[in-house]
Design a protein around this ligand. Structure first.
Ligand code: COA
Length: 176
């Protein structure tokens, strides 16, 4: 399910609940195999109907998703899936906007929100080992405790690919 999420504002970005009007941009940007192949759940090719179904949401999953907006335009998605006792973190950004620190900027806002507003002590993420840019984003955001795993990818097709699984624990407040 995609419940409305609070709007988060960063220096360059506005993160807000996905709306149906985002679907054409999602279909355009996620049609890029270089984006889809780094994710587990985005098929290739990716259609407008796929984007609309994603925005309608899956009632069997508790998720917190934001559209990443730059100058009002949808350029990516970032979100958290509830898998008690933890949250699972994921994101993608349209290729023309890579390399400007935007995923890290969006990630900081979402993680701060998650630890402030959601009752989960840990957030985990899974990154294919051939995706050093995403591992770097996660490391900049404080994720660690890498362990080897494997994962599937709808875009890549059948099979399991080597991944790093990383995690971040709720920061402990300083003792008075
Ligand atoms: C991963 C992704 C979100 C990164 O977005 P971004 O806005 O470019 O990320 P940032 O600019 O915040 O940080 C990227 C970091 O990776 C580094 N990087 C980029 N390519 C790299 C490479 N091939 N090897 C090592 N580091 C690399 C950048 O230099 C930067 O680090 P720096 O700030 O220390 O210079 C984007 O590439 C993407 O959407 N990829 C496809 C989908 C995806 O991978 N989703 C995540 C699945 S786990």
């Amino acid at each position: 399910m995609t419940p409305p999420t609070p709007t988060l504002v960063t220096r360059r970005l506005v993160l807000s609940s996905p709306v149906m009007g985002d679907a054409p941009a999602f279909a355009r940007w996620l049609g890029d195999f270089e984006v889809a192949r780094m994710t587990a759940v985005i098929p290739h090719p990716y259609t407008l109907a796929d984007a609309e179904a994603y925005i309608r949401g899956d009632p069997s999953r508790r998720v917190h998703n934001w559209t990443i907006r730059l100058d009002g335009e949808p350029i990516g998605v970032i979100g958290l899936v509830e898998k008690p006792p933890k949250l699972v973190f994921g994101y993608w950004l349209a290729r023309p906007f890579w390399g400007r620190g935007l995923a890290t900027e969006a990630g900081r806002a979402v993680l701060d929100h998650a630890f402030a507003a959601l009752p989960f002590p840990e957030i985990s993420a899974c990154v294919f080992k051939d995706n050093p840019a995403s591992l770097k984003v996660l490391e900049k955001l404080g994720f660690s405790d890498n362990f080897d795993c494997t994962g599937g990818s709808l875009a890549r097709g059948e099979g399991q690919w080597p991944t790093w699984n990383v995690s971040l624990r709720r920061p402990t407040p300083p003792t008075p």
